[in-house]
Ligand binder design. Structure first.
Ligand code: GLP
Length: 264
């Protein structure tokens, strides 16, 4: 895993946006895997700025989101579809039909088939070129809570107590947080050709160190990223503060600067 440590959240967001911009310029009809949560908001702001000021063109870009609360309609203010519209889609020239967020209103008896089709659509689009990820307080990616199989696919999942607590800040009360979600699996995520893993803030430092430098375990599903050949973790200094191999990451960064290309 390549680890880039930036001083601030803004610098972290800009670095991630730069990688996505390069992809879109190289492959205008690329497929982006997108995440929600507060972490990628700065990245989305920067992409909107690049669209407005630098003409970054999203007209052929296709997107697939990681997850959605089960039971929330797309127009619910806390739904992830609504989040994506507000924080990214309405600020860029992406076609609505090219954006995919799992539908949280699908009937229980149709969930399995719906999830199978979601994966099928990803395949038909050519697979995800870059997947953006954050990390939950309990080490989850998407909504793959501790104990999720590292081979899991898109499915209906139950949220852990900690996730319900963490995410209650976006709802009026903890009771209103949905208990279930539709989520890409760890196995689905690992099929992305490239992954950008973002984390910021002191609160994430311990779990980030476990995910990047600890053992690969289904108890911290983000640790499965160690199995992927092309992950760039972009962290702010606070989130990186409990990593042990900082000198190694800096060495790689310097070496890459010298040779002008990526080593890992
Ligand atoms: C939710 C999402 C995750 C996200 C996590 C972290 O649980 N399902 O995809 O990474 O929140 O959120 P935040 O970025 O707000 O810390």
């Amino acid at each position: 895993m390549r680890v880039i440590i930036k001083k601030t959240y803004e610098e972290m967001s800009k670095e991630a946006a730069k990688i996505i911009k390069e992809l879109i310029e190289r492959k205008p009809n690329c497929v982006l895997g997108l995440a929600t949560g507060s972490t990628p908001v700065g990245l989305y702001k920067e992409l909107i700025r690049m669209h407005r000021e630098e003409g970054l063109d999203f007209s052929q870009v296709i997107t697939f989101n990681l997850d959605e609360y089960y039971g929330l309609a797309p127009d619910h203010p806390q739904s992830y579809r609504y989040f994506m519209e507000e924080n990214l889609f309405k600020g860029i020239n992406i076609k609505k039909e090219n954006t995919h967020v799992p539908d949280g209103t699908v009937k229980l008896e149709e969930v399995e088939e719906y999830c199978r089709k979601y994966e099928e659509m990803i395949k038909q689009a050519g697979g995800i070129d870059i997947q953006v990820l954050g990390i939950g307080g309990d080490g989850h990616i998407a909504f793959n809570e501790p104990g999720s199989s590292l081979a899991s696919r898109t499915r209906l999942v139950a949220l852990d107590e900690q996730t319900i607590k963490d995410n209650s800040r976006f709802f009026e009360s903890e009771e209103e947080v949905p208990r279930f979600a539709l989520s890409m699996g760890v196995g689905t995520i690992l099929e992305a050709k490239e992954i950008i893993f973002l984390a910021n803030g002191k609160k994430k430092a311990e779990v980030v160190a476990k995910a990047i430098e600890g053992p690969v375990t289904s108890q911290i599903t983000a640790s499965a990223l160690q199995l992927h050949p092309k992950v760039t973790a972009i962290l702010d200094e606070e989130a990186a503060s409990q990593l042990k191999r900082i000198s190694y990451y800096k060495f790689v960064e310097e070496a890459e600067k010298k040779i002008g290309r990526r080593l890992y």
